[in-house]
Ligand binder design. Sequence first.
Ligand SMILES: [Zn+2]
Length: 429
Amino acid sequence: MWHIGKLATEKRYKLKKRLKWISAALTALLGIFVILFVVRYKGESIIEKPIVIEQDSIVPLTLLYGIEIDSFEVIESKIKKNEFLANILLPHSIDYVTIDRLAKKSKSIFDVRKIAVGKKYTLLLSKDSSNRAQYFIYQINAIDYIIYDFTDSIDIQRKQKPVETQIKTASGAINSSLYQTLQEADANPYLAVKLADIFAWSIDFYRIQKGDEFKVIFEERFVDGESIGVGKIEAAEFKHFDRSFFAFGFDVDEKREYYDEEANSLRKAFLKSPLKFSRLSSRFTMRRFHPVQKRWKAHLGTDYAASRGTPIMATSDGVVIKAAYGRGNGNYVKLRHNSVYETQYLHMSKRNVKVGKQVRQGDVIGYVGSTGLATGPHVCYRFWKNGIQVDHLREDFPSAEPISPKIKATFILKRDSLQMDLKALKIGD
Ligand SMILES: [Zn+2]
């Protein structure tokens, strides 16, 4: 105890000594400051009120791309045809050497060779007689931009404008196509593409008919108060042949998935059609007695007519087992999906894959044409189940992974609220 007590006393003594020293040093420093201040104060004949400085800092700054622009001359323009970095920067006292250095330094952030006609750019020039460019800002797209800063050495930064999201709705009855109906309803027709994607596994979009109805709740994205397009679809209802199909958006592991009202995934093992938008021109028939040829003739495929060059998608994941030209088939591709299913796509104008290639659902494997025995541009889609050709439109395919029980309760809550919102939407609003 005593030993510890002595140590503590010694420590306290040392601390006291140190404190004394520090306070002496501080007093000395303060003294020096006071002297300096007084000398300075006396030295200035006219001393402005310090308030002025404060007033200055209150004046709102004019910001553009996060840069205070009051001290610059601002030029806003668009890249013209045959206009390159040099054409823009040379007249503003940025020499070739600097431009070359900039191009090299920019490579890992943005390749300046990608500067494109029609894109917006901004020049900030010094207001003095040199009129030298201080900043060059290039708008890559509605959101992304690059700042080239010449104020010191070259500094390059890629930044993004803040995006504001608003929830919007659209609804209507189909007159001709979904695309056209949306256009007539003053809604973004790009919604049609998104809806076709979401419902690709449950609705035959080439068979939608007059009187079908849709309701959709979606995000619209804005930059600087201007719409830059449709974001995620939150929910949709599609009434087709008097049956309602629902899609509720739900993020699983940060990936947007869509589920029906019973929490089944809308993604099925196969796409309904190898084309996004098309017309079913001939259905699968096992046996049809041809009245002229007087013989049984089968059409073991489903024909989808579309204009030449329309991309043909793999209807499911698989591997290319045939990619060739045949007299009847024309250019065709055959895929093996698993031990049970194979699909084939005929009359292509061009094949886009080679034998052995692994493809994912939705990958473009070729383009619509009329090679082989075909009267017009279409794709003949053939489907094998356990080696036997079947009508894929009559097959009931399993859903993709169901929603996990862990997050199902959260989904149900979101579904209920979205379903109420859909209900509140009136057709033709
Ligand atoms: Zn056919």
